[in-house]
Write a protein that binds this ligand. Structure first.
Ligand code: G2I
Length: 449
């Protein structure tokens, strides 16, 4: 028999062609895309929110913000330096825009934030004001901002980040000049400024049971004992991959037992870049743990993510080398974290629903073959992928391209290369490999995760 090229015979070519038709195998059929997160949250009696940037509320950003979330927090627009950049001169444009957008889309607003040590205007911090003057300025600020949105902002982070890590009070312009009871004064004033708004104290690193969260707990308990208005605590939850505190739910529960609402207010989970399929899977597990802790406690009203897309996150600017902290990637593809949130809210999709993986043998000769896997998405998207299968007849992969493949015994696992993790709705990616076979080369069942 004439050889077409070394190791390649007409007979083997014919065998290959004959079997090709039967070689295609498709992973389980695509399921319908999940319900939006806000519908799932509604059904659980929980809220799901996102921080937003007013200037970005057009196009896909606006569509996703409106479709998926039932609460919005202005990421920066309601901070003192934003609304009163020079004394007595106000700029409400972005805050107004966000409140209007929320109302147009049936969303509630979380006001953020009235009393903080950061992002205050320099005229205030460098003004050389006496304590009495600062007290008046602060009370007027609360009156003015809450008054402007009276009845339109459901909840306010009245006091933000009052504690140090060890549970002592942070030294700020407010505690230094007004004393620690500035917190009670601000809450009392806030209740008068908008009696319909729920009033919160918000802080970070208070998710687990620790010195800082215990200080917050003791403060809330004493405020309640004194009859100072306090409706809830905000646990910001700026977390690091793989580091969800094991006492998260226990901590939520102890605040709930005080009779205040617990809101997760600024959830994000950062990772060292680049994001890989394994890191994104860990991140999904972390988001799931956070959401499950909230869903498990009646007194937890829900969670707000601090930006819903990696293109609108504070993390890369603040933590060098870190990012990918939100549930959507920079191109608005939902990440595994998105699906984890959906599932913890009672949704049913798995990462990759709406996407399928198809394995085929594109060429086969006496001892070798070339295989290919195509990953295609219909109405959803992937931001990273992993395809697994088991070779049933002793096949071995010798070389792969456009994916990172490992084989251990009969188990093969391939993850995206750095450049082809994203599969947009309606799009596909393909990777290939060469392998060896003997006896038979059946097509394995592949799973996409
Ligand atoms: O730092 C993360 C959050 C911690 N809890 C309170 C939140 O209010 C805080 O949000 C972040 C914003 O997401 C950032 O966007 O607060 C930062 C400032 O403390 C914000 O960063 C600032 C930058 O520092 C400014 O340079 C920039 O002009 O954002 C401003 C607006 O983009």
């Amino acid at each position: 028999m004439r050889s077409l090229r070394p190791g390649f015979t007409v007979a083997s070519l014919l065998t290959g062609l004959a079997t090709l038709g039967a070689l295609l195998f498709t992973a389980p059929a695509a399921q319908a895309a999940d319900a939006p997160l806000r519908d799932l949250a509604d059904a659980q009696g929980k809220v799901i929110g996102t921080a937003v940037t007013g200037g970005k509320l057009t196009g896909t950003y606006a569509e996703v913000a409106a479709r998926e979330f039932n609460w919005l927090t202005p990421g920066n627009a309601m901070k003192w330096e934003s609304v009163e950049p020079s004394r007595g001169s106000f700029n409400w444009a972005e805050a107004d825009q966000i409140v209007d957008f929320a109302e147009a889309n049936g969303q509630e607003v979380r006001g953020h934030t009235l009393v903080w040590h950061s992002q205050n205007p320099s005229w205030l911090t460098n003004g050389g004001f006496t304590p009495a003057e600062l007290r008046t300025l602060l009370m007027n600020h609360i009156d003015t901002e809450m008054g402007r949105y009276r009845g339109r902002v459901e909840a306010w982070d009245v006091v933000n980040e009052p504690f140090n890590e060890d549970g002592t009070y942070r030294q700020t312009i407010w505690s230094d000049n007004l004393g620690q009871d500035y917190i009670a004064e601000a809450l009392t004033r806030a209740r008068a400024a908008d009696p319909s708004a729920k009033l919160y104290i918000n802080d970070y690193n208070v998710e687990g049971v620790n010195a800082k969260s215990t200080a917050l707990y003791n403060l809330v308990r004493s405020l309640k004992e004194r009859g100072v208005p306090i409706d809830g605590v905000g646990l910001q939850a700026h977390l690091i991959l793989g580091q969800v505190p094991s006492t998260f739910q226990q901590n939520i529960q102890r605040f709930a037992d005080l009779g205040v609402d617990v809101a997760i207010t600024e959830l994000d989970i950062r990772m060292q870049l680049p994001a890989t399929a394994d890191k994104l899977a860990q991140q999904a597990a972390d988001y799931r743990a956070v959401m499950n802790a909230c869903v498990a406690v009646d007194g937890c009203s829900g969670a707000t993510v601090w930006g819903f897309t990696d293109s609108d996150s504070w993390i890369p600017d603040w933590f060098e080398g870190y990012g990918a902290a939100t549930p959507y990637d920079e191109n608005y593809a939902p990440k595994p974290a998105y699906h984890a949130i959906a599932e913890s809210l009672g949704g049913t999709t798995q990462p990759g629903d709406g996407c399928t993986a198809t394995y085929s043998v594109v060429n086969q000769w006496n001892t070798g073959f070339t295989g290919q896997v195509r990953i295609a998405c219909t109405d959803t998207a992937l931001s990273a992928w992993k395809v697994n299968w088991t070779f049933g007849a002793g096949q071995r992969i010798s070389q792969a391209w456009n994916a990172n493949c490992t084989q251990s015994g009969t188990a093969v696992s391939c993850t995206n290369a750095s450049y082809n993790g994203t599969v947009p709705p309606g799009g596909s990616v393909t990777f290939g490999f060469n392998g060896t076979w003997s006896g038979s080369n059946p097509v394995p069942e592949v799973t996409l995760g």
